[in-house]
Design a protein around this ligand. Sequence first.
Ligand code: GF9
Ligand code: FES
Length: 354
Amino acid sequence: MLNMGGPSTVPETHDFLKNLFSDGDLIPLPFQSLLAPWIARRRTPQIEKQYEEIGGGSPILHYTKLQGERMAALLDELSPATAPHKAYIAFRYARPLTDETAKQMKADGVKRAVAFTQYPQYSCSTTGSSLNELYRRGKTGEVGDGVEWSVIDRWGTHPGFIEAVSQNIERALAKFPEEKRKNVVLLFSAHSLPMSVVNRGDPYILEVSATVSAVMDRLGHSNPYRLVWQSQVGPSAWMGMQTGEALKGLARLGHKEAILVPIAFTSDHIETLYELDLEYAKEAKDHGMDVQRAESLNDSPVFIRAIADLAASHLKDCGSGKSGPTSVQMGLRCPGCNNATCGAQKTWFARGGR
Ligand code: GF9
Ligand code: FES
């Protein structure tokens, strides 16, 4: 289970940031090994404060463990031919990191493995970076020798995922008085991307849009909605409109009710618990709006069944030769890609990790 991860406790914040700024696939910096620790140290105090305020750390490891254990148990029923199943977690920036998990898998003697991204929509800055890291570890034998790999690289329109998100929106809608419910604006909020990433041909914006479209179809287009983007940092250009600005704009135009829907992340993290709840929702309330947030998927049984179904179908289609080790779409590099690792990584996974 691939994801970015987050500091489980406040003191882990510095290492998390150092790992983030050391990621040359995400942020290519000159003199990266010197600059990364310096930037991380400068940012740590402020980010530590945010993790303090959301209860002393990121819940992502807690929820990923829970999702993984329940998914593996369901998989043993859905796909007895490939049992027993075991879920491993490989975070890109927090423990357990890919190298730690690789050692564990080697010690366990794993022979068949599925790299299952926990980002529903594909971006080279998220899933792509995790796959590049896994490729670097895999090709040197750190995960074991002769492990057969395949990849679940995107699943942003899986019906079970769409159903789980839709149910959480319906629960948030139910909190509004019935006569106001149809006027509630649904603000789908996804992590933004630098325009430099969008403009090299990254598929993420399209894939998040496809998720939103599928959710609105499932809801029968019951409410007006927009897709907006959050968590921009630094002075460069990012994909917009920004979530916070959108809420202010809606208040200015006289809207009184809105629901914030996190759509690109499957468990709570600093961007929902701090940015959406403590910053934007609070600010909108100061503007006289009633803002609710749809819950993250966290321990949603509908969601856990969806990821088990994804894995079961994948194992079946790979096993029968109906599909290859990766999706067809994963084979295509961003037309503007200049990162040689992306090419080598795609070739390696397309051969089943050989
Ligand atoms: C992202 C999800 C989607 C510079 C940071 C100082 C860069 C970046 C992202 C996208 C996370 C979660 C997207 C950069 C450079 N990116 N953030 N890309 N992150 N920060 O390329 Cl679900
Ligand atoms: Fe998308 Fe390299 S950046 S394939």
